[in-house]
Design a protein around this ligand. Structure first.
Ligand SMILES: [Zn+2]
Length: 344
């Protein structure tokens, strides 16, 4: 019986050693220490022993059980540890891997131009004024000396929400609204940037949506020479210190007199080239002295106050500044186009 027990112990220890996962180990436990296992069987056979032999054999059975139990526990700990390590290895984060590069965005070329123009005029004491893009006919046209049926409205056909509400065709309604808020008291000195809309067929130089920046100054003793000095300063800051500007007579319903403003061509220095179509000059904006009707409609005494206004398209400025040949590039969100302005 003693040999049988030693043989069982030997067998069990070998199987424990061979068990390579927790399930196999548990099978060994059940096989050797379970109620139907060989050791329990040995215990049952003790009845046949003499009273002197029983305690000796009992102690031996307990000892064998103890040895097997200890071996099982040790092996279980080893297997559990191995499992944890395996799991850790499979879920490991390799901190030495280089990170995924974050794609940095940048300002849209139009935003750049608008901010540059804003900065320039803020430096001359202007404030920024903004207004709604869905606008009343009154502010978009009537308050700007464009009564219903005025032929100049045809040049600015828009998208109408109702008969009286439309998408603004220019940023000028912001001027009308700002003047109204001033209740006839100057000075007014503002820059109005924003999106505007016109019913237009899109091509290389036209878009149904584009941006504008307008400026307005209303005060006592504002003269046309103030306008010219302001715009020359603007042209030099925007296009280079040796640029010059010239005024050509024009017509806008909200200014009198009205002018188109040209800047001398930066590409050829005024000698004539393909950029300036051989003239040496490039048209950049429209301007003029605020029409007395516009001042009166906004509550200003046109005998006391005068003012000037100008308006330009940031698209046109950006196209000239960066040599862009198609206005549609600004709105198509083609990353290949936009990326070119990363370091401008
Ligand atoms: Zn030129």
């Amino acid at each position: 019986m003693k040999e049988r027990l030693q043989q069982l112990q030997q067998e069990a220890l070998e199987k424990i050693e061979q068990a390579n996962d927790l399930k196999a180990l548990n099978d060994v436990r059940v096989a050797y220490l379970g109620k139907k296992g060989p050791i329990t069987e040995v215990l049952r056979g003790m009845g046949a022993l003499s009273p002197e032999e029983r305690p000796v054999m009992g102690a031996l059975v307990n000892e064998v059980r103890e040895v097997i139990q200890t071996a099982l526990e040790a092996k279980q700990a080893t297997l559990e540890q191995a499992e944890v390590e395996k799991k850790l290895a499979s879920e490991a984060i390799d901190v030495t891997l280089p990170g995924r590069p974050v794609k940095r965005g940048n300002h849209h070329p139009l935003t750049r131009v608008i901010e540059e123009i804003e900065d320039l005029f803020i430096g001359m004491g202007y404030t920024i004024a903004e207004g709604p893009e869905v606008e009343k006919d009154y502010y978009n046209f009537e308050a700007l000396n464009l009564p219903k049926g005025h032929p100049a409205r045809d040049m600015q056909d828009s998208f109408y929400i109702t008969e009286e509400i439309l998408l603004r065709t220019h940023t000028s309604p912001v001027q009308a609204r700002t003047m109204e808020k001033h209740q006839g008291r100057g000075p007014v000195k503002i820059i109005c940037p924003g999106k505007v809309y016109r019913r237009d067929n899109d091509d290389a130089t036209h878009s149904h949506q584009f941006t504008q920046i307008e400026g307005l100054v209303v005060d006592e003793n504002i003269r046309m020479s103030d306008l010219k000095g302001t715009l020359r300063e603007f042209a030099r800051k925007m296009f280079g210190e040796d640029r010059d500007i010239r005024f050509r007579p024009s017509f806008f319903p909200f200014t009198e007199p009205s002018v188109e403003v040209d800047v001398s061509c930066a590409n050829c220095g005024g000698h004539g080239c393909s950029v300036c179509k051989g003239t040496g000059w490039i048209e950049i904006l429209g301007a003029g002295m605020v029409h007395p009707n516009v001042l009166e409609m906004a509550g200003f005494d046109s005998k006391k106050y005068t003012g000037f206004a100008f308006g330009m398209g940031p698209e046109r400025i950006a196209m000239l500044k960066y040599g862009i040949d198609d206005i549609r590039h600004f709105y198509q969100n083609d990353v290949r186009f936009l990326q070119q302005f990363n370091r401008v």
